[in-house]
Design a binder for this molecule. Sequence first.
Ligand code: AMP
Length: 252
Amino acid sequence: MNTQLPVNDRAAWLQGPGHHCSHPPDGSRRPWHVVLLGPPGVGKGTQAKLLCEKLGTCHLSTGDIFRCAKGCDLAKASPAMTVALECMRLGELVPDATVVAIVRERRECLGCPGGILLDGFPRTASQAAALERALHEERILLDAAIHYELPTELVVERLSGRRTCVDCKAVFHIRNCPPVREKTCDHCKGRLVQREDDREDAVRTRMHAYELTTTPLLDFYKRRNMLISISAEGSPSEVFSRTLAALIPQNR
Ligand code: AMP
């Protein structure tokens, strides 16, 4: 399988209707339709990158849409995006109906001939039901919802050991990926700090909130026989091998 496809700039997803991706897929490969689930700290971003390379899909994250919109001209934002940006400015979660409206504005991406790898959406059972309806309109059925699992103690260990450079934002880990000089970034010599939400008590609070909203979401996919649970313990390549073995049993 060709894993050297040009990286798409995802303009249609990130910037919304009227924008076109730099490398639209030609539809010559089987399109995969996959949802990624898992708490912060499980390495979902790393697995998303590896999976996109393997399956030829784009990494479609709703968080990326909002980060991208923050730097854009507010006057050009859709009504749903205006609401979303205001929620984020207030530090609130974006309401289900608003996120769904933003994803629906990108229905062309859902039906992309290259397939999709959704990350950060759906986050609730109600978003999952809305996604199912939107995909149904495009005559698409999800292949799988992959759920990365890690015991809370390991999530706490991974996140509370994380240190971020205040200048270039590079990420280190005090045990797994320590900087050469303590508290100093290897790349730009900036100061390394612990993010407020990576502190142990904050991580435990986030995990608790994650479990509350995710249990109904997992049940939604379990009932449809689409849920694949993968242990996120071990190295990224071990987790990736496990994912492929479960997603593509014959590893075609
Ligand atoms: P993420 O990068 O997935 O952590 O998303 C960053 C932020 O965007 C979140 O903290 C939420 O405020 C917002 N967001 C992203 N996706 C969703 C979603 N599916 N539902 C509600 N809020 C979301």
